[in-house]
Design a protein around this ligand. Sequence first.
Ligand code: MLT
Length: 408
Amino acid sequence: MIEVNDNFRLLPVSYLFSEVGRRIAAFKAENPGKEVIRMDIGDVTTPLFPSVVKAMHEAVDEMSTVEGFRGYGPEQGYPFLRDAIALNDYRQRGIDIMSDDIFVSDGAKSDLGNLGDIYSRDCTVAVMNPSYPVYVDDSVIDGRAGVLTDGIWSNLVYLDCDPDNGFLPKLPERHADVIFLCFPDNPTGVAIGKAELQKWVDYAREHGSLIIYDSAYEAFVRTPGIVRSIYEIPGAIDVAIEVRSFSKTAGFTGLRCGYTVVPKSVKGRYADGSEVSLNSLWNRRQTTKFNGCSYVSQRAAAAVYTTGGRHDVKAATDYYLHNASIIKEALVKVGFKAYGGDDSPYVWASPCDGRGSWDLFNMLLHEFNFSTTPGCGFGTLGEGYVRFTGFNTLENTRKAMERLVEGF
Ligand code: MLT
């Protein structure tokens, strides 16, 4: 028998959303007549846009001809999509990102974990507490997390987010090499302004740190002055990698396509001190371990940048934001403290009655038959909270919140 990666023993038995899914399935099996409304994982419910579907049909037809058939594509993504991303998401917004800074992927989650391949095992990683569990779990798998005591990993730097700081963490007191930031945030739904994010960019520049900026929810930003891309911040182009996804903006959770921006100006150093661009390392990593996202998915993603596609992104994100506002209103009505939901599909909430997250999850599931995500799954400071998503249909969102308001 081979020796396996011992770090897996350190992980929670199952990934947060797998555990939530398991408990919902068990509840349904015990209560076959009950209709459970899913408000846990951030999975979209509106169908693919007509422009996206048309592009996919055309791509399939193209692939079915001798002339149009394509085998392996470029590992970095097809130029038509890299160009469309660089132009529409960056240069037209005054941000100097070029096509060869863009790496198309099968989604943000894989890249957020895989980026660990390009920085040293000895790097100290900072994460917001609470945060999307992928940052911590991947740090554990890669051997960077240390020892777990009372929910805290000894080698991670925690950036505490709580109501007192508006869920916007303070700069770390201990040095951090790699800093994961997510705004609009998953799970708290809180977004960040330019002056606040500038502090992090300045910190990274001063301390030689790398920021991995998860902006999977940028399309939900509506408030003027709120950041959509970290590259809006002067100096970020030298210290930040940005990870994005078409999942939540264009309904690609089942289709799969995302991208990561690694500007050529972001540098690291080898153990002997010699400098190297992270773009070249990521390129080397991707060409070795990834064969690209499917041509059909990439054509679908390119259609998101057409006039019809942009219109549909706005309509879909408006729809989910409206759901989030319904959730927030209902929660406030029943006396919960509720955060986020304005520039984000997520609402972070607590009845502040000392109940733990799993107890809350169980109570909401058993009494009102809707599911949430327990806040403690995102970190110790998530204890006592649950996260709601606005990604269900309007009808189901209303139904779930009516059950809560009538029965709580
Ligand atoms: C979430 O619910 O946090 C996300 O949908 C999970 C993911 O994107 O992997």
